[in-house]
Design a binder for this molecule. Sequence first.
Ligand SMILES: [Zn+2]
Length: 72
Amino acid sequence: MTRRYTGNMNGERYLANTSRSKLEVHDLDNENTNCQINEIIQARNDKPYTSLQTAHRDGYDNCHYCIGGSGR
Ligand SMILES: [Zn+2]
């Protein structure tokens, strides 16, 4: 439940999973264990975003666990 300073992350609120089978964006201020953020970073699939809108524009969908289906 914390922002990360590892991998590509430098304290940004949102982390997108660039894995082609996922393409989801996570809110680290509302992280759920199901998000498996550490695993994403270990796989080097983490991409930082400061804005949810920007992540959406790049084609990422909301994570079901930490953001939910609305807000797009
Ligand atoms: Zn999530």
